[in-house]
Design a protein around this ligand. Structure first.
Ligand code: SIN
Length: 527
């Protein structure tokens, strides 16, 4: 089996992964592996922007207060402060790499506003901020001789040994070349998970197809602690149209005055929260869900007609164009929307510099749970976290060099696995996991539904494990195994929380407890 040695192995090529590569390149050889093409990541789809204290009327204290308020009592205040305060320096890094944030006519930053923010503080590059960031990083990392990016390279599982203090120690990862089917491995001094999100665990999501929770699932199978997985954020306004797969109507649209309304144009959010359509996402998504379920409607609507075509085509050119493609003119029509799975606030328990309970293994970006988001992420804090934690992780690694592992990676055992002629099973199980999660582990939960979901998912995991051993490994099967394991972690965490808080709302415990703790699921032990 081929083994590729490097200093730093990064799994994932979004903002967290590529900026970690950028910051680590001066310290050694970096290899980035990504399962499709480099730009296939959640970052590329981020519309709103990056929240960052920029102008004099804003302050770190205000940004911290808004983050804590959205986080519903579960944020780690030190992590929040460290990330918020490092924002301006990291935005300068992005500008130095060539990113241009929008400016007003007088040259000051044009700041957007989103739910839960008491100020305008969202730096944005048009209404395709993520795509512009990704492009900037691909260019910046492309020039660096110390960085190698391997596309179509799917991480299968982390390889661990035992460290001197008995805890697991990560030395590398098995890799599948998705073009040739060949399995190889990579070995490194440090392994950094930057695998992004998990939206594909749910049937309806605004995430791209690559968001299949690989990082959380691999880390858990390797023995990492996983934190707060019950807090899955549903974005309130995904476009509802039979031909639109996963198109988001950015919260920035509400920031510019859009109201949530019913089919007759009557606003309803004031009945749920004094902040109306700009309340934090957990509240807005739940309100929409409630309106749809009680009135038996397939969707609700956004109304931004008052802003007129000139403003909308300038501020939201991409959203305007996309809506028009589906026959909706934002300037004259209501926009049909539904909530959809958007962001996993839980993840691999990590410090702000990415350290996990596994030696040599780091987690940054959406795959990590640093305590920034608590029980509900404040809009546009995720891109901020991704770049700040990538920088802090690189600084920590540079200051604490780890010896290159001496242990070898055992050859991959193919056993009796054969190519599958039963792909229908994989497709069926994909649908079953995602439908089960949507129906039983969605915006509003009950013990009964969670128990049912657990039973179903445990059976599916059993079946998938057998399939995984019997047939040759493919991307589809790896992703299926990962979404099923992550579904299990979400359900287990949800069952442990005996209250409603932030994104976790259950009819069995509708109130918030006075005292609470994070939900931790300890690393997986092979049965
Ligand atoms: C959006 O543009 O609404 C998404 C921003 C975010 O999720 O932070």
């Amino acid at each position: 089996m081929n083994i590729l040695d490097c200093d730093f192995l990064i799994i994932g090529s979004g903002l967290a992964g590529l900026s970690a590569a950028h910051y680590l390149a001066p310290h050694g050889k970096v290899v980035v592996v990504t399962k499709r093409e480099t730009q296939d990541c959640n970052t590329n789809f981020a519309q709103g922007g990056i929240s960052c204290v920029t102008l004099a009327d804003d302050s770190f204290e205000k940004h911290i207060a808004d983050t804590l308020d959205a986080g519903a009592g579960l944020c780690n205040i030190e992590a929040v402060r460290a990330i918020v305060e490092d924002g301006p320096a990291r935005m300068d890094d992005l500008r130095n790499m060539g990113l241009q944030f929008d400016q007003t006519a007088d040259g000051t930053p044009d700041l957007g506003r989103e739910g839960g923010h008491t100020m305008r503080r969202i730096l944005h590059a048009g209404d395709i901020t993520g795509r512009n960031i990704e492009k900037t990083l691909i260019q910046a990392t492309g020039h660096q001789p110390n960085i190698r990016i391997l596309q179509y390279t799917h991480a299968i599982d982390l390889v661990t040994t035992k460290s001197s203090d008995g805890r697991p120690s990560c030395i590398g990862v098995y890799l599948l070349n998705t073009k040739t089917g060949e399995i190889s491995a990579a070995r490194a001094r440090n392994i950094i998970l930057a695998t992004g999100g998990a939206g594909k665990v749910y049937r309806y999501t605004c995430n791209p197809d690559v968001a299949t929770a690989g990082g959380v699932a691999m880390a858990w199978r390797a023995g990492a602690d996983i934190e707060n997985m019950e807090f899955f954020q549903f974005h309130p306004t995904c476009l509802y149209h039979p031909a639109a797969k996963n198109f988001l109507i950015s919260e920035a649209v509400r920031g510019e005055g859009a109201e949530l309304v019913d089919a007759n144009g009557v606003p309803f959010m004031a009945r749920y929260d004094r902040r109306g359509s700009l309340a934090p996402r957990d509240i807005v998504a739940r309100a929409i869900d409630h309106e749809m379920k009680t009135r038996g409607l397939p969707c609700m609507y956004l109304d931004i007609r008052s802003k007129g075509k000139e403003f909308l085509t300038k501020r939201f050119p991409n959203i305007y164009r996309e809506c028009l493609r589906f026959g909706i003119d934002m300037a004259t029509d209501l926009i049909p929307i539904v909530p959809a799975a958007h962001y996993c606030c839980g993840g691999v328990k990590a410090s702000v510099d990415g350290r996990t309970n596994i030696e040599g293994l780091f987690a940054i970006g959406e795959v990590a749970c640093t305590g920034l988001h608590g029980a509900n992420r404040l809009a546009s804090n995720s891109l901020l976290e991704a770049i700040v934690c990538a920088h802090k992780c690189a600084e920590w690694i540079a200051a604490n060099p780890r010896e290159f592992p001496t242990a070898t990676i055992p050859d991959w055992i193919y056993g009796d696995a054969v190519p599958s002629d039963e792909l229908v099973i994989v497709r069926h199980n994909w649908d079953e996991v995602r439908t089960c999660m949507w129906d039983y582990v969605g915006i509003v939960r009950t013990n009964h539904r969670l128990e049912r979901a657990l039973h179903r998912i445990e059976n599916l995991r059993h079946e998938i494990r057998q399939y995984y051993f019997d047939y040759s490994v493919t991307s589809e099967v790896l992703e299926l195994r990962n979404i099923a394991d992550t579904a299990y972690l979400i359900i287990k965490s949800a069952l442990q929380r005996k209250e409603s808080r932030g994104l976790h709302y259950t009819l069995d415990y509708p109130n918030r407890l006075e005292k609470t703790t994070d939900t931790i699921l300890s690393g997986y032990v092979l049965p």
